[in-house]
Write a protein that binds this ligand. Structure first.
Ligand code: SAM
Length: 239
């Protein structure tokens, strides 16, 4: 499997991804704002509007990191579990939650490929900017399907490939030259950001990823491109 520009064994990739997020955890929120010019906030708002969390529902925010998606759903009074493979990201999230006086969230360490939750437990599964870091994506999608109830909904927010003419080139130049420099300047870590950019470039395009979601068992799959597909919201239903 590929890790940035290198090929590595699957276990090695999982370990290295864990390392990347341990390195960036304390600067993660600052970097998101710096790299996207604050746009990630609007993408996340839109994403949560699609999810429409409701009172009494059980929602799993997978690869939930420092809590950006969970914090946007917490007013709904749904029961939200934030799961992430990286304890340092979760620790930053828990600290942020405490500062905001939010005590209703459950935080737990989990690998998206092998979830500890029972079958048919959740009403919705969300994963934002997480799936591309997972080593075995089809396996993670099958796990998402397993833990959802019948009638449960799957939502994924992820970078994809913009189809706007010219925009892709500008974005490529920006991401390859500026992002590692920003990573160095703000987080003291250019390599982690090189990996993040390369993982975006290698992620399947919108129709391919939509097909993968269908192959995991979801129906009525849909994709909503943002900025021509630079970012996309994929969704599907379990029946
Ligand atoms: N969802 C948050 C957000 O939108 O701000 C965090 C996104 S962050 C870019 C990616 C997260 O995926 C990291 O917190 C990382 O630890 C987590 N992650 C990577 N591989 C994972 C895996 N196999 N299982 C669970 N989480 C994983």
């Amino acid at each position: 499997v590929s890790f940035g520009y290198e090929d590595v064994a699957p276990e090695e990739k999982t370990a290295r991804v864990r390392g990347v997020f341990s390195n960036v955890a304390s600067k993660y929120d600052l970097m998101n704002d710096a790299m996207s010019g604050g746009l990630h906030r609007r993408w996340k708002d839109r994403f949560v509007r699609r999810v429409k969390p409701r009172k009494g529902e059980h929602i799993l925010d997978m690869a939930g990191g420092t809590g950006d998606i969970a914090f946007r759903m917490v007013d709904s009074d749904a029961a939200i579990t934030v799961a992430d493979i990286n304890p340092e990201m979760l620790a930053v999230g828990m600290e942020r939650a405490a500062k905001r006086g939010l005590d209703g969230l459950v935080w737990t360490e989990a690998n998206a490929e092998t979830l500890q939750f029972p079958d048919r437990f959740f009403d919705a599964y969300t994963i934002a900017f997480g799936i591309r870091n997972v080593t075995d994506i089809p396996k993670a999608l099958r796990e998402a399907h397993r833990v959802l109830k019948r009638g449960g909904r799957f939502f994924c927010l992820e970078f994809s490939t913009t189809e706007w003419p010219g925009f892709g080139e500008v974005y490529d130049a920006y991401s390859h030259h500026l992002v590692p420099k920003l990573g160095q300047a703000l987080a003291g870590d250019a390599d982690s950001y090189r990996y993040l950019i390369e993982s975006i470039r290698r992620f399947p395009d919108m129709p391919t990823f939509e097909r993968m979601i269908g192959e995991a068992g979801f129906v009525q799959t849909k994709v909503e491109p943002l900025l021509g597909g630079l970012v996309a919201i994929h969704s599907g239903w379990k029946i």
